[in-house]
Write a protein that binds this ligand. Structure first.
Ligand SMILES: [Zn+2]
Length: 380
């Protein structure tokens, strides 16, 4: 049956799905895929839903990926954040732009391509937990689907994206010797070493990429042990850094220069590690994946990039190629696995995670049409 991309996005917005609580949304997506005519619909151990269209024995030429989870609602909204209200040509609600509209457009576009006939298989995944850690849930999806190429349906204003910076969360713990704050001379205060480390790392030279821009090393918090340390010289202090990485940078490329820098300023008693907080899917499946999501750039000559540019032109859209400022599931498909990956989705990047998040209805229809054209090209 024909499925309406706008009505489907509304139904999704009306189904709250915070990270780790995507169960209702997963059932809605699976039902929508079946009703739209997908041949096979599966749900994996994390609760990510995958729908397949096209001949069952063929390999999967292309996977459209979107995440089902949304960030919490904060502040005062003009329209009910779970209402899916349409006003002035825009559909309002949490997840409308980031990124239920993209999932709805992929389901409708691929279903329409399947009705016109596909010689190769096309899949759509609606994955979990992306707002907590990018790529973690997509990894299991990719193990099962083994696609030839991937489209990330994150909001891009229907502009083509062919890369993004990566990110690594780095924890630097300076060890000291605890003591009473009234007799600090019997301890060793790790905050002094933390100050030296912070100042030295502020001017650490970092690489730059002509397309992705400069790598970044941003301190984001400092926590003493214990926290708070009342009347105490703390036993340690952990500095957390957000390191934005460039394509090709490895764990060694990131941590090596930090170690050298610390040595230069005489900081020796420390631990340097990548954070790995436990995450739990709504199915109960849990893991502690390292928060290290590599950068990626799609090669200029990748067939999927040519196909997406052709599809955009066919739909009367701009075919210029750019990059996303934020990190996406593409860190797993392209950054870690080298699967040719591109991005395009309905809605503005700037509307994601905002109060009164919304997506233009015209963008939902436009995304569906571009996805239809792309699925036809890749499924031919
Ligand atoms: Zn997103």
């Amino acid at each position: 049956m024909t499925m309406d991309v706008v009505a489907l996005t509304q139904a999704m917005v009306r189904t709250p799905s915070l990270s780790g609580e995507e169960g209702g949304m997963a059932r809605l997506v699976a039902q929508a895929m079946r009703e739209a005519g997908f041949d096979e619909v599966t749900t994996d151990a994390n609760g990510s839903v995958v729908g397949y269209a096209g001949p069952a024995q063929a390999d999967v030429a292309l996977l459209f990926d979107g995440h089902m989870d949304v960030v919490p609602v904060t502040g005062h909204w003009r329209f009910d954040p779970y209402g899916g209200v349409i006003h002035g040509g825009r559909l309002y609600g949490r997840g409308s732009a980031d990124m239920k509209g993209g999932i709805a457009a992929a389901i409708c576009g691929v279903a329409a391509a399947a009705r016109q006939g596909l010689r190769r298989r096309i899949a759509v995944s609606a994955s979990v937990l992306e707002e907590v850690i990018e790529g973690h849930a997509l990894a299991r999806v990719l193990d099962a689907v083994q696609p030839g190429a991937v489209v990330i349906c994150e909001p891009s204003g229907l502009r083509i994206k062919a890369g993004q910076k990566g990110r690594m969360e780095v924890l630097l713990t300076l060890h000291g010797k605890p003591a009473h704050a009234a007799t600090p001379q019997v301890g060793r205060n790790p905050l002094h070493a933390a100050a030296r480390a912070l100042l030295a790392l502020e001017s650490l030279p970092l690489p730059s990429d002509p397309v992705l821009g400069p790598a970044l090393l941003v301190p984001v918090d400092a926590v003493s042990q214990p926290y708070p340390s009342i009347s105490m010289v703390p036993g340690g202090v952990t500095l957390r850094f957000d390191r934005r990485t460039l394509a090709g940078e490895t764990e060694h490329d990131v941590l090596g220069p930090i170690r050298l820098c610390l040595e230069r300023v005489g900081v020796r008693d420390y631990t340097l590690e990548i954070s790995a907080d436990p995450v739990r899917a709504f199915t109960g499946e849990s893991a502690a994946p390292p928060r290290w999501l590599p950068a990626w750039r799609c090669p200029d000559d990748a067939p999927v990039l040519a196909a997406l540019r052709g599809a955009a032109r066919e739909c009367g859209r701009d075919d210029a190629v750019g990059c996303w400022p934020f990190c996406t599931n593409g860190s797993e498909s392209a950054g870690r696995r080298g699967i040719p990956t591109v991005g395009l989705g309905p809605g503005n990047e700037e509307d994601a995670h905002t109060i009164d998040e919304s997506v233009a209805v015209e963008q939902l229809v436009g995304a569906r049409d571009i996805y239809l054209a792309l699925a036809r090209r890749m499924g031919a």
